[in-house]
Design a protein around this ligand. Structure first.
Ligand code: GLU
Length: 501
């Protein structure tokens, strides 16, 4: 295979609007997009909606929202138009019909009048003889009279490709190398259905031609159909694009194509996410998801797993895509997302934390959130983690923890009460309620009380935040302020009294 790029690079993502954007689809889109960007080419979004029975009206929005969220931006597409539009197949039906008829006129395709009953019967007979099911090419060999009679009777028909009966079809795939089949194993596939709608085979070849697609990047599930597509290109006599069949994602257990139903659970018991929309809602950063996807089936090099999308664009080449299907390494995403969160400035992070807090029903004071952001930043893996870690900063009403949670290892209720009492006294005297002063007040106090610092800080954390896991204690106390802290310690002391009686 040569390195040479023969014509302006134009790639496309051509989803069928049959459901939400799946992470596997997003990965295919991403690789096509990276390739186009690397070559300063164009990336096209085309909607393949010729199977009207599976049309899901919500999916178009979910697909475009998902791509946009990931930053996979198209240069031509249904919403923005472009010189090769329309970009929705159901708006191009006349074109497919015209070219299907052209093939019939040029003896590369034929009208088939067989009824579905007849096709079923043929299959049954084939099965009985132990043969592969498939069309017996009955209408390919009709006499002129028979054909004329069918026409005169106005019989409905489909248009089928006239596949050569002998020889071989050979294709070069950028990722998978040479693909070779005996034409005798191929079927005279339907190109145009009796309702005038094209099949995928016809529609995408016509579109890829007229939209001047230079490289077809699509999931390798389409590989078995590639020889037929090549025969179709040859029948038209059009210049073929290059094909790159991309490996698909497998379920995390390595078995079967990744699917929402079979993806299973993560080690900590959460459902494995599969739809792009779910990643957004779960608090992942789009740039982390893009980085995560770029690492599946392609390697940046230099042992680097973290890189910006600009860096990926600079290096990306379809020839480096690994040919085998890849297990979905979902466990890497939390780690990567955490790395992206830590790489931000706290000022960039703070506004992103607002939405998850508000969605959890909390009232966000931005000034406070700006102070909280650096405290959660080293400790969260997703934006949503802020709710569990630091939601207490934004609760209108304090939710104290059960008194039992105040008890630390080897410290009983009485000792806990005494310690909190002493802490209250000591803290009441602190004028400058800041991290350093709190540290120099409470650390010696632990010693006086004969407690490990971790035990004293642990009970104070539960008393003040209502949680056993939270942001670091002194910074947290500084943000909450003296009065709030003292009130909460009083509450904790009261709750302990109930526990000890
Ligand atoms: N509409 C096809 C699908 O969603 C597109 C395949 C292709 O990219 O050619 O699978």
């Amino acid at each position: 295979m040569t390195n040479e790029i023969k014509r302006p690079v134009r790639t496309r993502f051509a989803p069928s609007p049959t459901g939400p954007l799946h992470i596997g689809g997003a990965r295919s889109a991403l690789f096509g997009w990276l390739f186009a960007r690397h070559h300063n080419g164009r990336f096209i979004l085309r909607i393949e909606d010729t199977d009207q029975s599976r049309f899901d009206p919500d999916s178009l929005r979910l697909i475009t929202d998902g791509l946009r969220w990931l930053g996979i931006v198209w240069d031509e597409g249904p919403d923005i138009g472009g010189p090769y539009g329309p970009y929705v197949q159901s708006e191009r039906l006349a074109l497919y019909q015209e070219w299907a008829n052209w093939l019939v006129e040029h003896d590369r395709a034929y009208r088939c009048y067989c009824t579905s009953e007849r096709l079923e019967q043929v299959n049954k007979e084939k099965q009985a003889r132990g043969e592969q099911p498939g069309y017996d090419r009955h209408c390919r060999n009709l006499s002129d009279e028979e054909r004329a009679r069918n026409e005169a009777e106005g019989k409905p028909f489909v248009i089928r490709l006239k596949v050569p009966l002998e020889g071989q079809t050979i294709a070069q795939d950028i990722v998978l190398g040479e693909v070779k089949v005996d034409n005798s194993t191929l079927q005279d596939i339907v190109l145009l259905k009796s309702d005038g709608f094209p099949t995928y085979h016809l529609a995408h070849v016509v579109d890829d031609h007229f939209m001047e697609i230079s490289h077809v990047t699509r999931a390798n599930e389409w590989l078995p159909s590639l020889p037929l597509h090549i025969l179709l290109w040859q029948a038209f006599g059009w210049e073929m694009p290059e094909y790159a069949h991309l490996p698909v994602l497998l379920n995390p257990n390595g078995k079967g194509k990744l699917s929402k139903r079979h993806a299973g659970f993560t080690e900590d018991g959460r459902q494995v996410l599969v739809l792009v929309d779910e990643f957004k809602r779960a608090g992942y950063l789009p740039q982390a998801v893009v980085n995560f996807l770029t690492n599946i089936g392609w390697t940046f090099g230099d042992d680097r797993e973290i890189f910006s999308v600009e860096e990926a664009i600079e290096r990306f080449d379809l020839r480096d895509v690994h040919p085998s299907n890849s297990r979905y390494p979902i466990e890497k995403l939390d780690w990567l997302n955490g790395e992206y969160i830590r790489a931000m400035s706290p000022d960039e992070l703070a506004p992103l934390l607002r939405a998850p807090l508000e969605q959890a029903g909390l009232t966000v004071d931005m000034e406070r959130l700006t102070r909280v952001a650096p405290l959660v930043q080293p400790r969260i893996k997703t934006l949503n983690d802020v709710v569990d870690m630091a939601g207490f900063f934004f609760r209108d009403q304090f939710q104290p923890a059960p008194a039992e949670n105040l008890l630390q290892k080897n410290v009983n209720a009485e000792q806990t009460r005494a310690a909190l009492d002493q802490a209250h006294t000591a803290l009441s005297a602190v004028e400058d309620f800041t991290h350093d002063t709190l540290d120099s007040t409470l650390r010696p106090l632990a010693q006086t009380l004969g407690l490990k610092p971790a035990a004293l800080f642990g009970m104070l954390r539960v008393a003040i935040t209502g949680q056993t896991v939270a942001t670091p204690l002194f910074e947290t106390m500084e943000i909450l302020g003296k009065q709030t802290c003292l009130q909460r310690i009083e509450l904790a002391i009261e709750s302990l009294a109930k526990l000890t009686v």
